[in-house]
Write a protein of this length. Structure first.
Lengths: 281, 316
């Protein structure tokens, strides 16, 4: 009896805290959406809980603003994030397969090395990176935001663990006996087996690249190459108080919403992916 | 184990397959690292359009940094990290415990999980810009507080060190507690149900069970979360940079180490930026070593595996 009572109290507390936290998580985005649908004059009058009908006008003024080319920024971000996700997952899978399926002298050294730099922050090499890119003429170009993702230790490690748990080497042997070349075996047999791992990492790499601000802000200079986070930063640095506030909220909204839509569509896989293959043996 | 005999002839494929990774690492990380370390010993900066240096000055940049505000910025970074991390780990432990407790059946758990993880995917810079707009003196938050009669005049949230730091802490908390909750949940679920059953039979309540069973058994993951979060905290940049427009206002109390590095890079002071990078490199090298030990340790409780995704934790 006593136990039941304790549980009830605890259950109520659990719901209470969960609801408060959910409120906190959604509240700010709710205000964002409401304010993005109201006109500047409306917003000056104070806050309202109900959305207005200025959504399209705000969207149009964001689209037509030449000094903050938001839609061009979204296109740039899409290009960078898609290429990054593709390169990063493909080469991480390839590296993981190379270290998993083959025996060679430097195998152990290579593996240990990657594990040692698993969580090394990219910021510590940012200065040399900036200089190098300037020297080889890649300053103010999108390539430096994409190419380095070929070497992603954390994604590699994820792929490697996945291979360990789901690729029997006998399958590779069988493919060899059937006359499949090594590269072909990877592309036609191993990669399809790794699809779930590739999908999860593609999503996370895409989001990470979409949100990345530090390196792009150092490399990109011209307006038509800016990605979304840099545009947001420029907006913050501009003489903000003279702006149409409805437009500002709409700009933040178009920066955030694509990811939210992707997330809501794929949330099942994303949530499962955070710990995928993880803890259960 | 793997058959050794006929693998020898395939060795070149192994090298070929890992070549792109190491080539990219060499070009985009190793060369920059060497360059960074090298120029940390030079006086090398730009003033106006004139370039000064590079002149070799030995350890001068390093000692100059120690006498500059760097220590203060390191303190700021630590404080900002703590304000976000402490509530994050407490709430995540509580939620993970409830989500996995079979005696408390939380309805709609999936929905809650989706909601609490949502802020993690939001662009940190846009989130900070949103907070800047919402919490400004004539923004919606003040307008709500005024209309509810909770304050008589608008609060200048970003005018005080306490307000700015709290806002940054709140954002970091919101962005990371969902992620940590899900990581810890997975860790708790990997504990054998037998142990919980035995504990139940012995008549221990949920508080005792939490402190004597759950907590000790998920310690490896907790340690892992802690270290990766410290590394993430060390890299803190987007949120304070955008919220304070790179100034670390008020009075540089929310200036973090990476913001300091960024300002040196923007002004093309390569010597100072290099020395600062080396300091950061040493600290993160030590932390990396701990992570390495954990991911390669003998414990098979899942610490190693969970490491995979936990890299996501490095942006906190």
């Amino acid at each position: 009896m006593k136990h039941k009572k304790g549980n009830l109290g605890e259950t109520i507390l659990a719901y209470f805290i969960l609801i408060v936290l959910s409120f906190l998580c959604l509240f700010f985005f709710y205000i964002l959406i409401v304010n993005a649908t109201r006109s500047h004059a409306d917003l000056q009058k104070g806050f309202s809980w109900l959305p207005g009908n200025y959504f399209l006008e705000n969207l149009k003024s964001v689209a037509n603003d030449g000094s903050f080319p938001m839609f061009r920024g979204i296109l740039n971000s899409l290009i960078v994030s898609t290429c990054t996700a593709a390169l990063c997952t493909y080469f991480s899978a390839l590296t993981a397969y190379g270290l998993y399926a083959y025996q060679f002298k430097l195998k152990k050294v290579a593996f240990t090395f990657i594990m040692a730099i698993l969580v090394m922050p990219t910021q510590v090499t940012a200065m040399g990176f900036l200089r190098l890119m300037t020297n080889i003429g890649l300053y103010d170009s999108l390539l430096p935001l994409i190419l380095p993702s070929v070497a992603s230790p954390a994604v590699f490690y994820f792929m490697y663990s996945y291979l360990e748990s789901s690729l029997p080497l006998s399958l590779v042997e069988a493919a060899r006996i059937d006359g499949s070349g090594e590269f072909m075996t990877f592309n036609r047999i191993v990669l399809p087996i790794m699809k779930p791992a590739v999908a999860v990492q593609a999503i996370f790499t895409f989001v990470g690249s979409w949100n990345n601000y530090f390196v792009p802000a150092l490399i990109i200079q011209s307006k038509d190459k800016m990605t979304v986070p840099i545009l947001i930063a420029t907006l913050r640095g501009a003489d903000y108080m003279n702006f149409d506030m409805g437009k500002i909220y709409m700009m933040i909204m178009v920066a955030i919403v694509p990811i939210i839509v992707v997330y809501l569509l794929l949330s099942k896989y994303i949530i499962a992916g955070i710990t995928l293959g993880g803890v259960k043996e | 184990m793997k058959k050794k005999n006929n693998h020898l002839s395939y060795a070149k494929w192994g090298y070929l397959f890992i070549l792109p990774f190491f080539a990219a690492f060499f070009i985009f990380s190793l060369i920059p690292l060497v360059d960074t370390v090298r120029y940390s010993f030079y006086e090398y900066y730009r003033s106006g359009i004139k370039e000064v240096g590079p002149t070799f000055v030995g350890l001068e940049n390093y000692t100059a940094l120690l006498q500059s505000d760097m220590i203060g910025y390191a303190g700021n970074t630590l404080i900002l990290w703590l304000i976000g991390f402490v509530p994050q780990i407490v709430i995540a432990l509580l939620l993970a415990n409830w989500f996995t407790d079979i005696r408390i059946k939380i309805r709609g758990m999936q929905v809650f999980k989706i909601i609490i993880y949502l802020p993690n995917l939001i662009m940190a810079s846009a989130f900070a810009m949103l907070f800047f707009a919402l919490f400004s003196t004539n923004g919606p938050i003040n307008s709500i507080l005024l209309s509810m009669g909770m304050v008589s005049e608008p609060i200048d949230f970003m005018g005080t060190a306490f307000g700015t730091r709290s806002l940054i802490g709140l954002m970091n908390f919101l962005m990371w507690f969902g992620n940590t909750t899900i990581m810890l949940m997975a860790a708790i679920m990997s504990i054998s149900p037998d142990i919980f059953e035995a504990c139940e039979l012995d008549g221990c309540g949920s508080v005792k069970r939490f402190f004597y069973i759950t907590l000790p058994l998920i310690r490896p993951i907790l340690a892992y979360t802690l270290i990766t979060s410290i590394i993430g905290g060390l890299q803190m940049f987007d949120v304070p940079q955008i919220l304070t427009n790179g100034q670390g206002n008020p009075n540089r109390t929310s200036m973090t180490l990476i913001m300091f590095l960024n300002s040196h890079l923007k002004s093309r002071n390569y010597g100072m930026a290099g020395a600062l990078s080396v300091y950061l490199f040493i600290v993160s090298g030590v932390l990396c070593f701990f992570v390495y030990r954990m991911t390669n340790g003998k414990d098979k409780t899942g610490t190693a595996r969970a490491a995979k995704k936990a890299k996501g934790g490095s942006k906190a």
